[in-house]
Design a protein around this ligand. Structure first.
Ligand code: 5GP
Ligand code: ZN
Length: 114
């Protein structure tokens, strides 16, 4: 995807601070953090949103949750806890149309909706 910001980050055309990478998944610090730790985890395959994932993407999305756990362990916030958010579509407030998982950690998170 030529113009997708996150695809540009994957290709190295936009710099990012990477915290995890393998052949299918990239994780990097959010440029505008909403918590002391704010990491975005994305598939390298361009998928517009959660609503656009296909049955064949289910294994990849499952792997993303495993990577999230690994990051939590490696960065040392697994025990104190964290939050994972996926904004989807207009009502979900999604701004970047490349599926991404926000990891928020490092403080007691407020503004619980659910
Ligand atoms: P959304 O609102 O789509 O769920 O979240 C998009 C996130 O991407 C926002 O938290 C925003 O700060 C982050 N973001 C947007 N552009 C960039 C960028 O160029 N680099 C990084 N590291 N994060 C970005
Ligand atoms: Zn993309």
């Amino acid at each position: 995807m030529e113009d997708c910001i996150f695809c540009k980050i994957i290709r190295g055309e936009i710099p990012s601070i990477k915290v995890y990478e393998d052949d299918e998944i990239l994780a990097f610090n959010d440029v505008n953090p909403a918590a002391p730790i704010h990491i975005l985890v994305i598939p390298k395959k361009h998928i517009n949103s959660l609503a656009d994932m296909k049955p064949e993407d289910e294994k990849l999305v499952g792997k993303i949750y495993g990577v999230i756990n690994k990051i939590a362990e490696d960065k040392g916030f697994k025990d104190e806890g964290f939050r994972v958010i996926v904004n989807c579509g207009k009502n979900g407030g999604q701004e970047v149309m490349h599926l991404h998982f926000h990891i928020l950690a490092g403080k007691q998170l407020g503004e619980k909706i659910v």
